[in-house]
Design a protein around this ligand. Structure first.
Ligand code: NDP
Length: 445
């Protein structure tokens, strides 16, 4: 049996209770097959697959906090420090009731390759908790964040591990986490967290970076195929940080974004999503999308899922993992969609990805397409080290350069292995090679 198959089988058996992690590993191993099989005995001897699929360290901890009624609540906190070969661990924190070890291991694993693709010196990690900030008062969110950091602070610092935001962790949560870290360490260590507010070391352009970066990637992809975003109908899922700024940039580039969604329903707005209204509903009021529909008479609100059934040219899934399944892929191709770029992490199932690729849809995976967020986080770390703040133009210029470079590298890697146009393979191979080289240079680690 080939090493890829043998190791893949072992991982599926050993981590049978971690379906998301297995899904992410399966995709990466399949992409790396031509690389590994070209020098199979060397990689087998080095236990390369076992090493890249095992986190360096996993921290799991109790997070007790007191709610507004005076009752003690207990959540589970996690930090998965997956691979630090090319730089300090880096990756977001997710606060969502669905969070478990499988989800954080898949996210941490993906983050390793994504961070490598940015060309910046950052290792891969992910963390979070099954805490649900929705419906909680600011005081409850603060109490939770303080308790969470009371354990996490022992495991992070600007050279060791630098968390940031993800689902459910935005500027408010980062502020509370940073405040508690500062209190516990008695130091102002800006570079320990990214996504900070602008008054205490945050970077201009960080909030927009993932969404804008996604559109810079989409633009590169389209141009390379003789197409243009202007005039295209675009469906976006999600209505959070990534989705909002993807919609903003897509509109700025002349596209027409006609959908967005949250965990209860979705909007079809034939006139194009009004991004300022969406920001008011989601960022200011933290409300449901029904409020958007009430203020926009020509927009339709639908309960449940449905974004990918709307005819479009381009689809940008920006909500969460496994939201674009095989039936969505079929609906997209039947309705003429020619490009899918992932803003979320692993939003497309393996089956749906293969279907899209086999039906000629241009497909860029999240680890390449949404790398703009972590890239600007790394730029925030640089600014914190220099104790300087760069202008928004400087940050945005660097972001554009990084996204172009990622596109160039993933295209070239795919071509080198005779997989031209397969950006999933290109991203996994390009991301892997750098990490592998660094790991090899550092011995058996
Ligand atoms: P937010 O919390 O800001 O927004 C998430 C959005 O997705 C919300 O609209 C939310 O709806 C919806 N959503 C979340 N979970 C589910 C679910 N289980 N089913 C349906 N809808 C859901 O998160 P972000 O925008 O930051 O993150 C979105 C995705 O992008 C995630 O996959 C994240 O890992 C990825 N990502 C984020 C980066 C960043 O910089 N923020 C960087 C790179 C990737 P509701 O409001 O109802 O919960």
């Amino acid at each position: 049996m080939s090493y890829v198959d043998e190791a893949g089988k072992k991982i599926r058996e050993k981590y049978a209770s971690e379906p998301e992690f297995i899904q992410a590993v399966d995709e990466v191993l399949e992409s790396l097959r031509p690389v590994i099989e070209a020098d199979e005995e060397k990689y087998r001897k080095e236990a390369l697959i076992e090493r890249i699929t095992t986190p360096e360290r996993v921290i799991i901890f109790r997070v007790p906090w007191v709610d507004d009624k005076g009752n003690v609540q207990v959540n589970t906190g996690y930090r998965v420090q997956f691979n630090g070969a090319i730089g300090p661990f880096k990756g977001g924190l997710r606060f969502h009731p669905s969070v478990n070890l499988s989800i954080l291991k898949f996210l941490g694993f993906e983050q390793v390759f994504k961070n490598s693709l940015t060309g910046l010196p950052i290792g891969g990690a992910k963390g979070g908790s099954d805490f649900d900030p929705k419906g909680k008062s600011d005081r409850e969110v603060m109490a939770f964040c303080q308790s969470f950091m009371s354990e996490l602070y022992r495991h992070i610092n600007h050279d060791r591990d630098v968390p940031a935001g993800d689902i459910g962790v935005g500027a408010r949560e980062i502020g509370y986490l940073f405040g508690q870290y500062r209190k516990l360490t008695a130091q102002f260590e800006g570079g320990v967290l990214t996504g900070k507010g602008l008054t205490y070391g945050g970077s201009l352009g960080r909030k927009q970076a993932t969404g804008y970066g996604l559109l810079y990637m989409t633009d590169e992809l389209l141009k390379d195929h003789g197409k243009d975003i202007a005039g295209k109908r675009i469906v976006v899922s999600g209505a959070g940080n990534v989705a909002i700024y993807a919609i903003e940039k897509a509109t700025e580039l002349g596209g027409k974004v006609i959908t967005c969604s949250d965990s209860t329903g979705w909007i079809y707005d034939p006139e194009g999503i009004d991004v300022e209204l969406l920001k008011e509903v989601k960022e200011v009021h933290r409300a449901r999308l029904t409020e958007y529909a009430q203020k926009r008479p020509n927009a339709e609100y639908h309960e449940g899922k449905g974004v990918f059934t709307v005819p479009c040219d381009i689809a940008l899934p920006c909500a969460t993992q496994n939201e674009l399944l095989i039936d969505d892929a079929k609906a997209l191709t039947e309705n003429g969609c020619f490009a899918v770029c992932e803003g979320a992490n692993m939003p497309t199932s393996l089956e749906a990805t293969e279907y899209l690729q086999n039906h000629g849809v241009l497909f860029v995976p999240g680890k390449a397409a949404n790398a703009g967020g972590v890239a600007v986080s790394a730029l925030e770390m640089s600014q914190n080290s220099e104790r300087l703040s760069w202008s928004v133009e400087e940050v945005d210029g660097k972001l554009q350069g990084i996204m172009k470079n990622i596109y160039k590298n993933i295209s070239a890697a795919a071509k080198k292995y005779n997989l031209e146009g397969n950006y999933v393979a290109g991203a996994n191979i390009a991301g892997f090679l750098k990490v592998y080289e660094a790991m090899s240079a550092q011995g058996v680690i």
